[in-house]
Write a protein that binds this ligand. Structure first.
Ligand SMILES: *[C@@H]1O[C@H](CO)[C@@H](O)[C@H](O)[C@H]1NC(C)=O
Ligand SMILES: *[C@@H]1O[C@H](CO)[C@@H](O)[C@H](O)[C@H]1NC(C)=O
Ligand SMILES: *[C@@H]1O[C@H](CO)[C@@H](O)[C@H](O)[C@H]1NC(C)=O
Ligand SMILES: *[C@@H]1O[C@H](CO)[C@@H](O)[C@H](O)[C@H]1NC(C)=O
Ligand SMILES: *[C@@H]1O[C@H](CO)[C@@H](O)[C@H](O)[C@H]1NC(C)=O
Ligand SMILES: *[C@@H]1O[C@H](CO)[C@@H](O)[C@H](O)[C@H]1NC(C)=O
Ligand SMILES: *[C@@H]1O[C@H](CO)[C@@H](O)[C@H](O)[C@H]1NC(C)=O
Ligand SMILES: [Fe+2]
Length: 470
């Protein structure tokens, strides 16, 4: 039943008939992990936790975070918050082997949300950086400056190795802290995080208590001040609360987090693309209009043909609400977007799609479900070597807890699923090979609970499935 439930609701009758005929072969799906996580309540770290501590000194910068600032990786957006007064929006920066400090000046913004008033939020873009270089940077000039560093990516090119971390639905619970620690101590060293949405979960608090956006910013600083996190918007970024007069979606998120959407000719910060090393990353928004003629649709339609696989072999898509999900949580929420865009993903041979939203882990085989035309009844996912692998990595560990109720039997498209908190890494070796692994928090830093070698769909479209096809 599970296989067919992912298809159009209109297929339901057919599915029931089909089930009777093909019931025996439906059991040949993937693995539901036998690992049973000890069930503990997921609770947020209290306000006085070490990870939320405010840096000492008058107007000291806090919540420092960086993200790629242009299309190719020669710019960085540096953001931070000061609490006492606006202070300086200047960033001083210098490469590791230079004594001369360069200066870039950004801008400061604030916002109100119901009865909360934000601190002074600074965003500054540093441009014309050299590739593959370590830079130090200093913020909080004039009061209590703090110094951080980052390493720029190598120049974009087809065989440039690069390692991405994958984190989703992180929140700020004790489990979130374990996920981040596991990511930091994983011997496979992520150089940039691809974050698939749902950051702070401040909206779970009364009046969306935005002080929980501030604590989240301080919590993740230990990683995101040193390596860029590439942002995707999730439903917890919407902060739509008409009952308290807050009717502008994404208000806290857009004030606090900036993305380089204009460099990919996007007209809104919710969908955009970047190139980084050998990867072309397209970020989509499950919570912005995506139907035909909408800005996001128009942008993606023009964007996909621009991807030059000779330059960036790896085509990766990030979005929040998964298209292939066999948990009984958010079931089929990604379906309308799948119907709109899946044919393009197959046509342009997307390598892998990462999603969050479902608080568990799941990896699909390469499947597509694009043959249906209302009347032909072809509404079942089929193995398709031109299709992406779909990975749900919404297991960062937020306050809402784990999703552990799955559809049974496991659908054939689902290669592996397990309700545990964790993170993943995607280690791109060259234009043909990448190594992917998922790490659950309950085990040591080196343990890989799910892993596979990914073959590039453009350069080496060899079958890389991990379960038998029925
Ligand atoms: C969070 O994790 C870090 C690193 O493991 C640890 O030092 C810190 O005490 C933890 N904080 C909480 C509140 O769990
Ligand atoms: C905002 O309002 C809530 C209740 O309506 C109250 O508990 C809270 O202290 C207020 N916060 C501020 C910053 O005024
Ligand atoms: C500066 O950083 C680059 C890239 O990380 C490295 O190759 C080089 O050795 C570093 N130089 C110094 C002086 O640390
Ligand atoms: C954005 O549009 C401009 C003007 O049409 C074009 O020159 C540029 O190459 C485009 N950039 C990208 C990343 O598509
Ligand atoms: C694609 O990229 C390759 C390698 O950078 C370059 O030689 C080629 O001209 C590009 N093709 C197009 C159509 O831009
Ligand atoms: C699991 O989800 C199904 C479908 O929503 C529901 O009928 C069932 O009661 C759930 N099981 C548990 C143990 O919550
Ligand atoms: C690409 O990387 C894989 C895995 O590391 C390796 O086996 C293969 O030889 C490499 N291909 C090239 C052309 O270097
Ligand atoms: Fe979500």
């Amino acid at each position: 039943m599970g296989v067919r439930r992912t298809s159009f609701l209109g297929c339901f009758i057919l599915a029931v008939l089909g089930l009777i005929i093909s019931a025996p072969i439906l059991c040949r799906g993937g693995t539901t992990s036998s690992f049973v996580r000890k069930v503990e309540k997921t609770i947020d770290m209290p306000m006085d936790s070490d990870v939320f501590s405010v840096p000492p000194g008058y107007n000291a910068p806090q919540q420092v975070h960086i993200t790629q600032g242009d299309h190719v990786g020669k710019a960085m957006i540096v953001s931070w918050v000061t609490m006492d007064e606006p202070g300086s929006s200047t960033v001083l920066y210098w490469s590791n082997n230079s004594k001369q400090k360069n200066k870039a000046t950004g801008a400061v913004t604030t916002y109100r949300f119901y009865n909360y008033t934000s601190g002074y939020i600074h965003h500054c873009i540093i441009k014309h950086l050299k590739f593959n270089t370590k830079y130090y940077y200093e913020v909080g000039i004039g009061h209590n400056p703090r110094t951080f560093w980052f390493v720029t990516p190598p120049q974009v090119g087809p065989d440039v190795p690069y390692t991405f971390g994958l984190i989703g639905d992180l929140g700020q619970s004790f489990d979130s802290n374990r996920t981040l620690t596991h990511y930091e101590l994983n011997p496979i060293k992520g150089q940039t995080v691809l974050f698939v949405g749902d950051l702070s979960y401040a909206d779970n608090y009364p009046n969306h208590d935005n002080t929980r956006w501030d604590t989240w910013g301080r919590f993740v600083e230990r990683s995101v001040a040193y390596q860029p996190w590439i942002w995707t918007t999730g439903n917890h970024e919407i902060d739509f609360a008409p009952e308290i007069g807050e009717t502008k979606p994404f208000k806290p998120y857009t004030h606090r987090y900036r993305v380089p959407y204009k460099s990919s000719n996007s007209t809104a910060p919710f969908w955009y693309s970047i190139k980084r090393a050998s990867a072309y990353i397209i970020v989509l928004s499950s919570y912005s209009a995506y139907g035909m003629y909408t800005p996001q649709y128009q942008w993606l339609y023009e964007e996909l043909p621009k991807v030059n696989r000779s330059e960036t072999p790896w085509l990766i898509v990030l979005l929040h609400s998964p298209w292939y999900n066999s948990y009984n949580y958010h079931y089929m929420e990604g379906e309308t977007m799948r119907v709109m865009y899946e044919p393009w993903f197959v046509q342009y041979k997307v390598d892998v799609v990462f999603a969050g939203h479902v608080h568990a882990y799941e990896r699909s085989e390469r499947v597509s479900n694009v043959a249906y035309n209302i009347v032909n009844g072809k509404c079942t996912p089929v193995r398709d070597q031109s299709a992406p692998i779909y990975i749900t990595i919404g297991d960062g560990g937020n306050i809402e807890g784990l999703a552990n109720n799955m559809t049974e039997p496991q659908p054939e498209y689902s290669a592996f699923r397990e309700p545990s908190f964790g993170h993943a890494t995607l280690d791109i070796k060259n234009r043909t090979h990448a190594y992917y692994s998922w790490h659950r928090n309950q085990e040591g830093y080196v343990v890989e609970a799910d892993k596979l070698r990914l073959y590039n769909r453009f350069w080496h479209p060899v079958d890389d499935s991990t379960t038998a096809k029925s």
